[in-house]
Write a protein that binds this ligand. Structure first.
Ligand code: 4AZ
Length: 699
């Protein structure tokens, strides 16, 4: 037995001498006590250093465990440890109060390293078979296992086999520490006069690792004041001033702060128009942040007094820099600034506390002197000839020669806009048209004179004399409207070649070849009231036929308008057809019997002759009396127009209207005053439309 013991001692001392360390780097493996499943030798020590990759830990599981039991495992044991920590010490066959066996429990390393040491002392009372264990690398779920707060993800954690990574909520950026979530908040510009600025996500905790810049920038002249509100919570330190998170304020050359902690800074009057705010947060802490409101005030401008008859909007007790007010005047008053009239005027409070302009005055709207009316007059209805707001004037036409075209009172009132306004015509003036066919002088009943009679002065004020420049009369005409004379077309051309009566331009009498004399009574002697008027142009009826005298009507436009008076007045154009057999008056300075010219204007009163009778009378002579012609005269002859009367008026009285109108113009006839030979006249009603379209004349 002794030799055997010795043998064992030698053997174990040899074994112990061979106490060794096994390095294991596989992801799993198998370790057994020496000699397993035979009993393990005494005085033995083996260490297995298991290393797995970073991000894994090691799980050790014993399938068999049978070691000598000793108090607190002081003889034989299996010790599981990391570099700096003993995870477990096992011995015995079953767990007691003082000793532990692994049983069904696995041992898990906190990191990627585990060291297992088996040790036996110099003797064993019995045979112990030792242990048989497996180990394997298991993944560390850093997202749930992380104990070190410095390493946990700020927002989201994603585990994968052998490692993990962090990500951030929408709107956040992963900081370069790959762990904290910061925000981009360096570009905040505030340009309004008031505003509120908060830390990101306020009142939720502000993001970590962030540098936020805010700038309030206003026009020079404003001064910004800041006030922190309700919650103020920035990570601080009891001894050091704001080492982690802080807010700093820069206004002009002044830098205020850093501020942190839970007590908000007092209101700050920066006296600057530009303020920079810097907010810094480090990579830890859950603090709610801050909120501040800012207000910009400017220099105050002096109080304003609204102008008399005006108002200021908006009306405030105080105005400061940039405030604008609008000055307007009551209805009927106008703002006057630098002698210029305007509706409103705006002034602004400047940065130096003065107003950009003085308050203008309000002046009553002035329509000024009313415009003159051609052939009319204007009288003031309100006293003192006032032309200001609500004053009244009245336009009328120069009676009795002119009448108002529009059926209005002629009253114009000065509007609030300073414009004379009529209820119907607005700002447009009325029109004064000449009165027609209404002579001042009416014929005295004189016994009918055979061959006609001298006209009474002023009873035919529309008669026009067509005379050569030297004064020699050659035709008659009638004044219609202000500028036009109706005459016979054949008066306005002279066919030089009797064999070629066709109308040629060269045959037309030129405007400078003749003149129009109005207000005439005497044929050759000059009259008190005569007006010589030059001719602008002549117009023949487009269907005038110089051979048949069809449409023998022409128009003479005057270069100037005549002055209407008791001796010069236009004749009306027909409103309707003359009654059958109506009496007409034909006037002229034409030849009388015995080829003599009269001294004064002569007139005859004759009846209109039935068209058929006239046609018949001239049918015998193969002369056509067409629809544009009208005949007048007496069957027995005697009273007739004659050479020199051409173009002159044939008029009749419209009893209903009490005015005279033009029925025809002297045109032709077979000789003068012969029996059964009527005078033929160009029929005005037939060509009225043409006359009106050329002249624009209306009654
Ligand atoms: C002419 O030569 C003329 N009896 C005018 C009228 C009459 C005849 C001739 C009508 O102007």
């Amino acid at each position: 037995m002794r030799w055997l013991l010795l043998y064992y001692a030698v053997f174990f001392s040899m074994l112990k001498a061979s106490a060794h360390t096994v390095e294991l780097n596989d992801m799993f493996g198998h370790i057994q006590s020496p000699g397993f499943p035979d009993s393990y030798p005494s005085d033995s020590e083996v260490t297995w250093n298991v290393t797995v990759p970073e991000g894994f830990r090691i799980k050790l599981y014993f399938m068999h465990f049978d070691l000598e039991s000793s108090y607190l495992c002081e003889y034989d044991y299996v010790k599981v440890e990391t570099e700096d920590q003993v995870l477990a010490t096992f011995c015995g066959r079953e767990t007691t109060d003082t000793e532990q066996t692994p049983g069904q429990e696995a041992v898990l390393s906190p990191g990627p390293f585990m060291s297992i040491t088996f040790r036996s002392d110099f003797s064993n009372e019995e045979r112990f078979t030792g242990f048989d264990a497996h180990y394997m690398a298991v993944d560390v779920d850093e997202c749930t296992d992380q104990e070190d707060e410095e390493l946990t993800c700020d927002h989201y954690c994603h585990n994968y086999i052998g490692g993990y990574y962090c990500s951030c909520r929408f709107g956040y950026l992963l900081h370069t520490d790959n762990r904290t979530c910061r925000v981009e908040c360096s570009d905040n510009l505030f340009t309004q006069r008031t505003g509120v600025i908060t830390s990101p996500d306020f009142p939720s905790p502000y993001p970590k690792s962030s540098e936020c810049f805010y700038m309030i920038s206003l026009e020079e002249g404003f001064m910004i004041s800041l006030q922190f509100e309700d919650i103020f919570d920035i990570e601080d330190h009891p001894e050091v001033s704001c080492p982690y998170d802080y807010i700093k304020i820069k206004a002009g050359p002044k830098v205020l702060g850093p501020f942190c902690g839970e007590k908000a800074p007092e209101p700050i009057d920066t006296k600057s128009h530009r303020v920079h705010i810097l907010f810094h947060s480090d990579n830890s802490g859950e603090n709610r942040g801050w909120r501040l409101s800012y207000k910009a005030t400017g220099n105050e401008c002096p109080e304003l007094q609204p102008p008399v008859h005006g108002k200021i909007e908006p009306l405030q007790a105080k105005y400061s820099f940039k405030d604008q007010v609008l000055i307007s005047c009551d209805t009927g008053y106008k703002v006057i600034k630098d002698n210029v009239e305007m509706e409103t005027f705006q002034i602004e409070c400047l940065k130096d506390g003065s107003w950009s302009n003085q308050v203008p005055i309000c002046k009553v709207a002035d329509c000024r002197a009313p415009a003159e009316l051609e052939h009319g007059l204007v009288t003031f209805s309100t006293k003192n000839n006032l032309t200001t707001y609500k004053s009244e004037v009245r336009y009328s036409c120069q009676q009795p020669y002119y009448k108002m075209l529009q059926n209005i009172t002629g009253i114009y009132t000065c509007s609030a806009q300073g414009i004379w306004m009529n209820k119907i015509l607005g700002r447009e003036l009325p029109t004064c048209l000449p009165v027609c066919g209404h002579p001042k002088f009416s014929r005295k009943l004189i016994s009918r004179i055979f061959n006609g009679r001298p006209a009474q002065k002023g009873t035919t004020p529309w008669i026009a004399m067509l005379a050569h420049p030297q004064g020699q009369p050659f035709c008659g005409g009638s004044l219609i409207g202000m500028n036009w004379v109706v005459t016979a077309a054949h008066c306005l051309h002279q066919s030089l070649d009797p064999d070629d009566p066709l109308l040629k331009d060269s045959d037309l009498i030129r405007p400078s070849d003749f003149k129009i004399i109005l207000g005439k009574h005497w044929r050759m002697r000059s009259d008190e009231n005569e007006q010589h008027l030059m001719v602008k142009r002549t117009i023949l009826h487009p269907q005038y036929n110089p051979i048949t005298f069809e449409n023998d009507v022409g128009l003479v436009e005057l270069l100037q308008s005549p002055i209407l008076n008791d001796y010069v007045m236009p004749i009306c154009l027909p409103e309707e057809l003359p009654e059958k057999g109506a009496m007409v008056i034909v006037s002229g300075w034409g030849k009388q019997f015995l080829q003599r010219f009269p001294e004064t204007l002569m007139e005859i009163e004759i009846p209109i002759v039935d068209h058929l009778i006239c046609q018949e009378a001239y049918g015998q002579l193969k002369k056509k009396v067409t629809v544009d012609m009208i005949c007048a005269g007496e069957k027995e002859g005697g009273k007739d127009a004659c050479s020199g009367d051409s173009g002159g008026p044939m008029v009749t009285l419209d009893r209903e209207r009490g005015q005279w109108y033009l029925v025809g113009t002297v045109s032709w006839g077979e000789d003068c005053g012969k029996k059964d030979r009527y005078g033929v006249y160009s029929y005005i009603s037939h060509n009225k439309n043409w006359i009106q379209s050329v002249t624009g004349v209306r009654n």
